[in-house]
Write a protein that binds this ligand. Sequence first.
Ligand code: HEM
Length: 492
Amino acid sequence: FVIHQVAKKRHRYPPGPPRLPVVGNLFDFPASYSWLKFAEWARQYDSDIIHFDIFGIHFFVLNSADVVKEIFENRSQNYSDRVAAMMAQLTGWDRNWGIAPYGDGWRLRRRLFHQHFRPQAVTAMHGEIKKGACALVQMLLDDPRDFARTVRNVSGAVTLNILYAMDFDPHDDARMEAVDKALHSFMALIQPYLVNFIHPLRHIPSWFPGAGWKRQAAVWKKEVDALFEKPYYEIKAAAQAGTAKPCFATSLLSDNWDKLDDPEMNEVLISVLGTAYANSDTTIFTMRGFVRAMVLYPDVQRKAQEELDRVVGRDRLPDISDRDSLPYLAAVLKEVQRWRPIAPIAAPHMSSADDVYNGYFIPKGSIVIGNTWALLHDPTRYPDPDTFNPSRFLRADGTPDPAVPPPEEIWGYGRRACPGRYFAADAVWSYAAHVLAACTLAKPRDASGKEVEPTEEHEAATFLIPKHFEVSVMPRFDGAEKLVQAACEATE
Ligand code: HEM
């Protein structure tokens, strides 16, 4: 208690870059690849917790597994809130309960989501995932030119079929494009819009010079509202007419049948379903990283394929029930996500009350960031961390090494940790296993026969989502295409 009072009184913050009056560290804030700068500050100031502030808003970055465990796990009650982003409200993205404040509304949505996405419930989705995995390899072998789009269509179709029984065909590019349009604005929200810091700006009229962001927000709002509302009202009408196929939506509707006239309950269900769709994009990004790693490291690809040949053979495609018998493949997927985690700083949390950690004061309303990158590139946990080496997770006999921590931090932290992880892990495993079983991935060659390297660039500076790159996809053995064809037919 005494330490608490002293730290609070003196406002002793953890070390960090020196600040300027009023603006604080505005000019130090790394707009891109921030996790690298945060890790560098942690080394420079010799502290696994660092601090900076912007216009009086306090930021704390946690750079080690120990401090993350203490703050996000042991004190999760205090570190599970989110920052209210004004731009999210203006665009309608505040329906995504992943950015909702910590409270009853969030709790109810998370509970409804979890009932259908806990590990046992996800088993019921394996049929749809398998169907998607077969379609994925078939489409890749047919036309490998834009694998990122193929992955998007398949993953989107699987999710929409599970959520709303949409009967989505992944070949239907135009329909997918229309549904997907709104998702792009979610990524754009990450930009540091001034209105997020200075809320009264929202009252500026749209025609005002410099208020382009407000006009943009209004355009996005229409798309975002449609993304959340359209499929919900369609499936609700079908359920009420007795014609809906079973899916996550029908199950939510039937659990709440007597409350469907209540606008608040409709709002909850719209938010639960739409959020599941919006957040499932991460599966697509993970697959892009996987394909890039396989193209860059053909020896790893070959080794995983040898394991598949040994365990599954070439007469059938792998099934999720094979997962435990394929430890090298599991290690490859762990390493893909450790080496280049798609969300290197997860999603920032916000503290709900004043706190003291290790003698440092953390005021209420602070933004607290877990530096996932730093944890997954900590040389004491993962020696030679920048090297892509799936074998680091295995013992000499090829079995999983329990002494090496799996990269659990990719799912975020504490009470806000990703609730879609069981579905995501099963889907990613299935897609990756199918691709490796049936296809050989390689760098394509340009007109002069020279190999084209996949890009090192990323879509947004706040995530590690590889930008578009070309890949050559070939059937891995004679008969692979036939096998895929038969597997696809069997899932219909
Ligand atoms: C490989 C794929 C995925 C990765 C790497 C991933 C990662 C994450 C991360 C880092 C967070 C933030 C956690 C935090 O604040 O500490 C998160 C939150 C969330 N994820 Fe995922 N995710 C994936 C797939 C999915 C899928 C497929 C769904 C839905 C079906 C989903 C639904 C959510 C939701 C709803 C939240 C917000 C949770 C909350 O704020 O309480 N995720 N995810």
